[in-house]
Design a protein. Structure first.
Length: 242
């Protein structure tokens, strides 16, 4: 398997320029699947804190960077939607959030908000003891003793993995589209059109600028605390890969 990633073939959510160089950094296997962006791209291309993979490795060796409350020492660790990236020494914390077009962007948050993260329930199953194991959008699992539905969103404490908030997937919920032509848009879920068979359900979302339709898989339920100001998000820019 190749250790290289061509820029032109990266997922649309990756915050990289596609025509500046042929290759960019390839993420290691881990959370978020193929959509996961290597941490070094956020450090270099989005935040501008490092200029190279070598500098990123040095920063990580200083126990300076947290992802979802855990110290990270791998510059290729995949980062994805709604992860929390923290720099305790700088007293800076960010939530990964969809920008226009569904590209990953970073929203500035306070230290208290960095103690937990949002997860979309994409599956669930019963486990021993009568509890339920929830599968979240990033590939992680959480064991709970309460009932949650697929497509609900939960807020998980980074330390003890407990559920600290629950946002049901239902008409009237506040949602954001994380992919597709309407990625980054936020509005009220006004209709869920159930498709018979194996096709995706179609949802209608009402925004300040009108309505749009997208598939159910592309929307996450959020609340107003997850909506950042435009001025607080960091714009992506291209950079060197060595």
């Amino acid at each position: 398997m190749s250790n290289h990633q061509k820029r032109l073939s990266v997922p649309k959510s990756w915050p990289v320029e596609r025509k500046t160089d042929v290759f960019t950094v390839k993420a290691r296997a881990g959370p978020h699947g193929e959509a996961g962006v290597p941490l070094v791209i956020l450090l270099r291309d989005v935040l501008g804190y490092v200029d190279s993979k070598k500098e990123a490795r040095y920063a990580l060796s200083q126990d300076a960077i947290l992802v979802n409350g855990e110290l990270i020492n791998d510059e290729k660790r995949p980062i994805g939607m709604f992860d929390i990236v923290g720099f305790p020494g700088r007293e800076e914390y960010y939530r990964v959030f969809p920008d226009e077009g569904g590209r990953l962007s970073l929203i500035d948050i306070d230290a208290d908000a960095a103690d937990s993260r949002l997860g979309k329930v994409v599956g669930k199953q019963q486990v021993r003891g009568g509890e339920t194991q929830l599968s979240l959008h990033d590939g992680t699992n959480v064991v709970v003793d309460e009932d949650y539905s697929t497509n609900d969103s939960i807020v998980v404490d980074n330390e003890d993995k407990s559920v600290v908030a629950h946002f049901p997937y239902e008409e009237g919920a506040l949602v954001t589209a994380v992919s597709g032509n309407h990625g980054g848009k936020i509005g009220e879920l006004v209709n869920i059109d159930v498709t018979l068979g194996s096709g995706s359900n179609i949802v209608t979302v009402e925004t300040d600028d009108g309505e749009f339709e997208t598939v159910e898989e592309y929307v996450f339920v959020i609340d107003e605390n997850f909506v950042g100001d435009d001025d607080s998000s960091e714009a992506a820019s291209g950079g060197d890969d060595e």
